[in-house]
Design a binder for this molecule. Structure first.
Ligand SMILES: Cc1cc2nc3c(=O)[nH]c(=O)nc-3n(C[C@H](O)[C@H](O)[C@H](O)COP(=O)(O)OP(=O)(O)OC[C@H]3O[C@@H](n4cnc5c(N)ncnc54)[C@H](O)[C@@H]3O)c2cc1C
Length: 417
């Protein structure tokens, strides 16, 4: 893998930038692999990277039905934080946050991780109680989080309207300073480049259409749009399409899939120093490096596989943004888009083994899996390679929906769903 540095940039500049190599090969699928990952989003391609790097599995493939990062990884609002309520979640999301902090160096690729602080606004007495509880629980679990009153929120985020004269006045907020954003495409491209260099085959436009099981019920391969591929291990990381893919192996998942949408405005000068989220009025906002205001809306109220959300949801979100940030009232929206998010009954992910030997699943991230990408990929790779969960993802088993050991993070989810 070519090492990126200031020197290499200079060297290529002298060659008129004609010498850059493609980041990954375009191999034809082989007849057999030691393991196959279904889904070329951040979680899937990241898992392939860690399988190759930490577990020595190099004869592996990532099969993606569209293009790399074309699912939710390339559609999300890139908010990263780890201030969830329960210790199991704190361990998982903090594992991810620690990996984010050094990911650019690890991959030798700038993921543009920017710990600019994530401020979650409280508008009601109930919000105050919930967020204060989160602050205490997070601190006890070693996760940074602090309580700010309304004036401190305004000092941290000057465009915020803290007047009493709005429908839901800001009464305070919980701030995680280590939270922030990263560039979504860069994450998937960085992992892909490094995985490809270790021999991982990244195969785009290769949808999986079936999962074949042997007489004993174990996985023996996948049917794809480009033929059958034999493999004893299949890791499914297909986000909003998980139920569809798992049904190919005869498994019914405890998931519902909803459209979730986001919007960006026309670009403006750097003005917004952090990320602000409000669960109560249902809006979250940050500013991209291009200057666009990146705005996240809520999920649609009904299940669907369309990759776009309903107009009234976007309009409701913009009402909330205009009230909280009146300075942005005259901004024009440039584009909006949607993704499909799969949600579990307890709003926590599922990462682990399944009742089918050789079949592993990573799903159920709902509206908030981007932040977990490196941590989730890391523990998913461990689970696939060793056929047993990493201690961090052990509590996030599929089994919990049978035993009732839920990890109920509904109140901590970015968007109520
Ligand atoms: C609008 C929006 C905003 C969001 N904002 C945030 C946020 O701010 N912070 C945050 O943490 N999270 C956010 N999320 C959630 C986050 O994007 C996802 O949880 C995360 O990106 C999931 O990553 P993934 O790699 O699992 O999925 P994806 O990136 O969706 O990858 C799954 C891949 O599987 C492929 N696939 C599906 N079926 C098949 C098949 N049969 N064969 C082969 N390939 C298949 C898909 O094409 C897709 O590329 C948001 C999501 C949306 C939609």
């Amino acid at each position: 893998m070519e090492r990126f540095s200031g020197l290499s940039l200079l060297r290529h500049a002298f060659g008129g930038h004609q010498g850059w190599k493609p980041f990954w090969r375009e191999p034809a699928p082989k007849a057999a692999y030691d393991a196959v990952i279904v889904g070329g989003g951040g979680h899937g391609i990241g898992a392939a990277y860690y399988l190759a790097k930490e577990h020595g599995l190099r004869n592996i493939a990532v099969l993606e039905k569209g293009w790399l990062g074309g699912g939710n990884t390339g559609r999300n609002t890139t908010i990263i934080r780890s201030n969830y309520l329960f210790p199991e979640s704190a361990a998982l999301y903090n594992h991810a946050l620690k990996l984010w902090e050094t990911l650019s160096e690890t991959l030798n690729y700038n993921t543009m991780y920017s710990p600019r602080g994530v401020l979650m606004l409280a508008h009601t007495v109930h919000d105050v109680q919930v967020f204060r509880r989160h602050v205490h629980a997070n601190r006890a679990a070693g996760v940074d989080n602090e309580w700010l009153d309304a004036a401190q929120c305004k000092a941290f985020c000057p465009p915020l309207n803290i007047s009493d004269n709005i429908r839901y006045p800001v009464v305070g907020g919980a701030l995680q300073r280590r939270g922030g954003t990263a560039r979504h495409d860069a994450v998937v491209w960085g992992y892909a480049r490094a995985a490809d260099a270790m021999g991982v085959d990244i195969i785009q436009n290769c949808g999986v259409t079936g999962i074949r099981r042997n007489a004993a019920g174990a996985v023996e391969g996948v049917e794809t749009e480009r033929g059958f591929i034999a493999t004893p291990k299949v890791g499914v990381s297909a986000a909003g399409n998980t139920s569809v893919v798992m049904a190919m192996a005869g498994l019914r998942m405890p998931l519902e899939s909803y459209p979730l949408q986001a919007l960006v405005s026309e670009p403006v000068k750097p003005d917004f120093p952090c990320v602000v989220m409000s669960n109560t009025v249902h809006a979250y906002i940050s500013q991209s490096d291009k200057g666009e205001m990146v705005i996240g809306a809520g999920t649609d109220a009904y299940t669907s596989y369309t990759q776009r959300g309903a107009m009234h949801i976007a309009s409701h979100t913009l009402d909330a943004i205009c009230e909280l940030f009146p300075a942005y009232r005259r901004l024009r929206m440039l584009r909006s888009w949607g993704g499909i998010v799969d949600t579990t009954p307890d709003r926590s992910p599922i990462i682990g083994k399944t009742p089918v030997p050789g079949l592993y699943v990573n799903c159920g991230w709902g509206t908030g899996g981007f932040k977990a990408t490196p941590g989730s990929a890391h523990v998913f790779a461990h689970t696939i390679a060793r056929d047993e969960p990493h201690p961090i993802n052990a509590p996030f088993s599929l089994e919990r929906f049978r035993t009732g050991r839920f990890i109920d993070e509904a109140a901590a989810a970015a968007v109520a769903h």
